[in-house]
Design a protein around this ligand. Structure first.
Ligand SMILES: [Zn+2]
Length: 454
């Protein structure tokens, strides 16, 4: 069937029917936050199954053991000194932080801007609260400074610190702390770790520049409960000619426990669900099978990603392309690949229907996604729809990641682009050339390399 006729049937309804947005309202306003192990996450699993069924898309669950971390009381205060008055600070525990004693931890603050600076301090870290500062300005800085949140508290604990504060990884701040995962290396006794608002990090920074100590009291009541049984939700639209060849389109169903995960990653979830709904209506069906995977526990463990790769290990050589939509609900701006020589030539002739959406070009950036990492050793080619993420980190991992932050038009356009690219990968006469196998960040052979924190 002519490319443009199919494009009309996929892109048209994605732009005009508002289905993805309605679904996102159900997931965010209806279910709410859905951190792995929570009741919300289980409700989201049931919702996804019901929704696929209503769309006429075959779906099932696959088991995943997940951590069950819960937030408790959280507060901090600047202790008064001769130079300044005391006052509350706005903090939010980082995922997998341990609690403080009920009375809190009170200690002098020492500020560092990198893990190297921390190491250089040596003994001066002992008994202190380490403040990890940075100057994140745009979305492109998230990768660079993310290691301060992901690995900083563990490094601080190793060096003898009693607690860690991490300046929120934010591109804007109205006194909003941004949570996220941190990870303690094996053998390190975890310390309480929290994010602090940009404003309070700046205040501490200014006070530390003056003479005399700066003391903070931190109270955290979070805890790790026994692991729970949870699920990935998997759905499929069978291919007409090569049903054994799989195009994976994914997103993560879990969110943080604050906000309602409208951008992270409710938007991605409804985009790939809508792609499946529209592809299931497509007659004849695309050449290959399109498989939707809604991963559980991306945020604080990537257990769903690992469980999927393990359960489907024998099938991974037949995974001909994989995409994860996990960059919010912003406008589509182009298409990205992670493949090998010759891929661009195969894909470019199929991008015309994306031109009107503003996404008709192949961009030099690499496609990827946290939940796709376990597919790296199997040389699975990745593709993706790049989105405008200039405002994404204003709300990311905060109480403010809610439906009102979603631009319906941008969501609809990215949904259309994702649906079209899923179709392209399923319909291309040839498959994308496979990239060289890369080591999995989870393989024991990788030694102490830890999966990145998201
Ligand atoms: Zn995400």
């Amino acid at each position: 069937m002519a490319q443009l006729q199919v494009a009309e049937r996929l892109v048209g309804p994605a732009l005009t029917e508002g289905h993805a947005l309605a679904r996102l309202a159900e997931l965010t306003d209806g279910i709410g936050p859905r951190l792995a192990g929570s009741e919300g996450s289980e409700a989201a699993v049931q919702w996804a199954l019901r929704s696929f069924k209503a769309d006429g898309v075959k779906a099932w669950t696959e088991p995943v053991k997940v951590p069950h971390w819960i937030r408790g009381e959280e507060r901090a205060e600047l202790i008064a000194s001769e130079r300044f008055r005391g006052r509350p600070l706005t903090v939010m525990a980082l995922g997998s932080s341990v609690a403080t004693p009920p009375e809190g931890i009170t200690a002098e603050v020492v500020e560092v801007r990198s893990l190297e600076e921390l190491a250089a301090l040596g003994d001066r870290v002992k008994g202190r609260i380490v403040l990890f500062s940075h100057d994140m300005k745009g979305p492109e800085d998230y990768g660079r400074f993310g290691s301060l949140r992901g690995r900083g508290p563990s490094a601080a604990a190793k060096a003898g610190a009693v607690a860690a504060l991490v300046r929120s990884l934010a591109t804007a701040s109205l006194s909003t702390p941004h949570t996220g995962a941190t990870r303690f290396e094996d053998g390190v006794t975890p310390i309480p770790a929290a994010s602090v608002t940009v404003e309070d990090a700046e205040l501490l920074h200014r006070l530390l520049a003056g003479a005399g100590p700066v003391k903070v009291r931190l109270v955290l009541g979070c805890k790790e409960l026994p692991e729970k049984d949870s699920f990935n939700v998997v759905a499929e639209v069978k291919g007409r000619q090569k049903p054994e060849e799989i195009v994976l389109i994914g997103a993560h169903l879990d969110s943080w426990d604050v906000g309602t995960g409208a951008h992270d990653d409710g938007a991605g979830v409804v985009m790939v669900m809508e792609a499946a709904r529209l592809l299931a209506r497509q007659k004849p069906a695309p050449r290959r099978t399109v498989r939707v995977v809604l991963f559980m526990n991306e945020e604080n463990g990537l257990r769903g990603a690992r469980a999927y790769a393990e359960a489907h290990a024998a099938e991974l050589p037949r995974h001909v392309a994989a995409m994860e939509m996990d960059a919010g609900g912003g406008q589509p701006v182009g298409v990205v690949l992670r493949s090998a020589e010759g891929a661009a030539e195969l894909v470019r002739p199929w991008l015309n229907p994306l031109v009107a959406l503003g996404a008709g070009t192949l961009l030099p950036a690499e496609a990827g996604g946290a939940d796709l990492l376990p597919l790296l050793p199997a040389s699975v080619p990745f593709f993706g729809v790049r989105q405008d993420s200039s405002r994404y980190f204003d709300f990311h991992h905060t109480h403010a990641d809610t439906l009102d932050k979603i631009d319906p038009e941008a969501l609809a356009k990215s949904t259309a682009a994702a649906a079209w690219m899923a179709y392209v990968m399923a319909e291309l006469p040839e498959v994308l050339p496979r990239p060289p196998a890369a080591p999995s960040p989870f393989a024991p052979a990788a030694g102490n390399v830890k999966p990145p924190a998201h």
